[in-house]
Design a binder for this molecule. Structure first.
Ligand SMILES: C[S@@+](CC[C@H](N)C(=O)[O-])C[C@H]1O[C@@H](n2cnc3c(N)ncnc32)[C@H](O)[C@@H]1O
Length: 283
């Protein structure tokens, strides 16, 4: 937490309890989402007040009471303070995203990674974003590259609603194409062998859907950006662990590949990491 928040709380909460609540929070547009451990729940209102004092632009504070879960990747939120509103507008690298944080997945922590991918895109590319959410990757790519088309699939109707609105706000209607549905069904039905690049920003399903991503690639092959969660004990390398699993699967799928790049996107818990691999597939 920011220094100002600690200072604001210091006189109001006993110092042994203060240790409990030095946890991080996310700012999404003018909303704050905070995780509070059970032992510190009695200080909920004070924590919210502190966040709003330090971040003058924050209009509401929400308490995240569950991990991100389910097919739509949503977290349970309870309102604590400010306006009772879960819709906000978030800005990133010159793009504007409207999002309802109760109805759609959204994370400001992937901002660097989204831009990293956008910078890799070459003029004229066709891209399939299998798990597009409210459109952050797709719109950032459209704005910062000369990609021809970015087919953007999501199974959550609310995410698709906001993705359509965000495409309009960012004026990329001609290049970002929205498709509501299951990525596997959509690709098998209408996006086989068309893509230069496939994005798989859903670590929970990437392994299962890898064959579908390969199916979306052009007959000449292309790139897959593969996201995974991996556990790594001391001395283990999470990137190498993911590479090993993915290699086995690609061998079963009988494709040639290179994995020239991998990185840890973020830590998601003690010894848990979100990893991305850039996979070059030659079919
Ligand atoms: C972790 S979010 C990523 C959202 C977006 N790429 C971003 O960076 O904000 C994963 C998204 O995949 C969607 N999803 C889950 N299963 C799906 C499936 N089988 N087909 C298409 N979309 C799916 C969820 O609704 C969710 O919006």
């Amino acid at each position: 937490m920011k220094e100002g928040i600690k200072q604001y709380l210091a006189g109001k909460i006993p110092s042994e309890d203060l240790q409990l609540i030095y946890r991080s929070y996310d700012l999404i547009g003018d909303l704050a989402v905070v995780k509070i451990p059970d032992q510190a729940l009695k200080y909920r209102d004070l924590i919210a007040e502190a966040i709003m004092r330090v971040h003058k632009n924050v209009k509401a504070v929400w308490h995240q009471t569950s991990p991100v879960r389910g097919d739509f990747r949503l977290r349970k939120l309870e309102w604590i303070a400010g306006e009772k509103r879960s819709e906000t507008v978030y800005k990133e690298y010159g793009c504007t995203f409207k999002v309802d944080i109760e109805k759609c997945y959204f994370s400001p922590r992937l901002s660097y990674e989204r831009m990293r991918i956008a910078k890799l895109v070459q003029p004229g590319e066709k891209i399939v974003n299998m798990f597009a959410g409210v459109g952050c990757y797709s719109i950032l790519i459209a704005k910062h590259s000369k990609a021809e088309k970015i087919y953007s699939i999501d199974i959550n109707p609310h995410a698709v609603h906001y993705m359509k609105e965000n495409i309009r706000i960012n004026k990329v209607e001609d290049r970002v194409i929205v498709i509501l549905g299951d990525a596997k069904e959509v690709i098998e039905r209408e996006l086989q062998r068309i893509a230069d690049r496939v994005l798989m920003p859903l670590p929970e399903k990437a392994y299962k859907f890898l064959g579908t991503a390969v199916l979306a690639l052009k007959p000449s092959g292309g790139w897959i950006h593969y996201y995974a969660f991996e556990h790594a004990a001391k001395g283990e390398n999470p990137i190498e662990k993911v590479k090993e699993k993915v290699s086995k699967k690609l061998e079963i799928l009988d494709v040639s590949y290179n994995m020239p790049f991998g990185r840890i996107v973020r830590e998601t818990g003690p010894n848990w990491y979100q990893v991305v691999l850039d996979i070059q597939v030659k079919i």
